[in-house]
Each structure stands twice: as C-alpha cells, then as structure tokens.
Ligand binder design. Structure first.
Ligand code: PAF
Length: 275
C-alpha cells in the first residue's frame, strides 16, 4: 500500500495504472462500517483508493471539528490489512486554497433534515467529494446508507454534473445490539450507549409496523417517538421520505427511507432503514 499526501503524485500513479478504480472517501477513525465499504471496493475494482481527510468545510462553527476522533496510525494498519492500494491523506493546505469556487448543494434537499440542523454542511461535503472525484477519477465510489441524505445529494451532483462515476450505496453495519457504527459512538458514555440502542429499536419497531401493513407515516412516526422517549434523548427528527427525499404520507414499498436523528448528551446520532 502506498500512502500519498500529494495530489499530483496520486494522479500520476493512478493514470499510469490505467485500471478500474474504487474510491472510498472517509474522514478516518475507520470502523467495521468503513471496512465493509473497502472490502466491497476491493471485490469490484482493480485498484482501491481510500481517502482520509477530516474536511473542515462540512463542520459548522459549533461542531466537533477539533475533537473529531483521529486515529491515523491504526487507520493505516486497517487499510493495509484490507489490501488498499493507495491511501490518500492530504492536509488542509493541499485540499483547499483561499477564496475558492464553491459548490452549493441544491436548496430543497440540503436544507431539510440534516441540512436544517446543519445548514451549509452539505455544501462542504459536495465541495470535498467533487475534489476527490477529480483527483482520483474513480470508476466506482462507495458511500454508506447511514448518511442517506449525503448519499442522495452526491448522486444528484453526479447526475447534474454529468460525472462518469458510479455511486455504490453500501449497507449500514451495526453492532450486535443494533447500534449503527459511527466514528462518533466513541463519545458515548456507558449509560448513553444503553440509551442509544433505542434508536435502532425504534427503527425495528417501524419495520415491524410496516410488515404488519401499517403504512401510515404519521402513525409510524408517533410510535417511533414513543419508543424513543427518554429524559436522556433529545429527538431532532423522525421522518419518512421517498428515495428522492420528499416527505411522504404513506409508505411506498422499496421507495421509502425512515430516518432518525437524536442527541444523547452532547453526541448526535443518526440512523435509518430503507423500506
Ligand atoms: O461520510 C463522510 O465520512 C464524509 O462526509 C465524506 C464523504 C468523506 C466527505 O468528507
């Protein structure tokens, strides 16, 4: 595995390879969720590139940029074990210059749900993803379904800008107790982690309701909110949308996503299921 932090060097190496390339963009602190993306990329491409860059432009001023978990040394080991070919670890001055051309995420879909709570977040995500795509020129790029809105906006960017990359959505990986894996789970205390299980439990409840043909979204949301209710959980949203992220009133099978965002203590958690 080659560790590269220079854009021209990576571009040159990849151009010389002239092979199919799978890109897994990450902010590091790799866990089983990332590993599943890397393994899928390894199976489906001749060359695998993982990028690790904690992207400042997608953090709001009051967010956890400074204390975002960083584990460079163990990340390098994980990537080597997963047979990654190139690990791209640029620094901020490599990726950004002053007064740049800026990408704006589409107004409607980027100011609801995650975007309502984190205005400007998706502008930063699309800015860095576009840069990474232009550097790596991947055949396939791998994104987790856990960040469903991010996935949908990246797909929209690819469509709107006629980009030649296939976006591959990857399943959410969970701990055995159901908690969706996230780099931010390390912030949870023991007690908070027990509370956090209510998030996936509320989604399981929703999926059981659907199996029992309860397709009314308001009813499902009410039941989920009851399942989530706890002094320690601040519900940010429980929402049901179609795959275009439009709010729906009735579950559309194979076209619905049920999403939850909560705050437990100072930790923000998101999770979802695709129905
Ligand atoms: O999902 C993430 O880890 C980040 O948003 C991404 C896609 C690597 C862009 O910084």
């Amino acid at each position: 595995m080659k560790i590269i932090n220079n854009i021209q060097e990576l571009k040159l190496q990849l151009q010389q390879e002239n092979k199919t390339i799978g890109l897994v963009p990450t902010m590091g602190s790799l866990h089983e969720g990332h590993i599943s993306l890397i393994k899928k990329a390894r199976k489906e491409n001749e060359v695998v590139v993982v990028s690790i860059f904690v992207n400042p432009t997608q953090f709001l001023a009051n967010e956890d940029l400074d204390k975002y978990p960083r584990k460079d040394e163990s990340d390098k080991k994980i990537c080597a074990l997963c047979e990654v070919d190139y690990l791209f670890m640029p620094n901020i001055n490599t990726m950004y210059s002053q007064d740049e051309v800026l990408i704006k995420a589409p107004k409607i879909n980027s100011f609801i749900l995650e975007g309502e709570k984190r205005p400007g977040h998706f502008d930063g995500v699309l800015q860095i993803v576009l840069k990474l795509f232009n550097i790596v020129n991947p055949t396939n790029a791998y994104f987790g379904k856990k960040d469903a809105q991010q996935l949908s906006l990246v797909m929209q960017m690819v469509e709107n800008f006629y980009m030649d990359v296939t976006i591959v959505p990857c399943e959410i990986v969970r701990e055995s107790d159901g908690l969706a894996l996230s780099s931010r789970n390390v912030y949870l205390s023991h007690d908070e982690k027990a509370e956090a299980l209510k998030v996936s439990q509320s989604l399981n409840l929703a999926s059981k309701l659907v199996v029992n043909l309860e397709l009314n979204c308001s009813t499902i949301i009410e039941n989920m909110k009851t399942a989530l209710s706890s002094e320690k959980i601040e519900i940010e949203y429980v929402s049901i949308v179609n795959r275009k992220f439009q709010t729906i009133e009735t579950i559309e099978l194979k076209n619905s996503i049920i999403l939850v965002a909560v705050k437990i203590g100072t930790t923000r958690l998101i999770d979802n299921i695709w129905i």
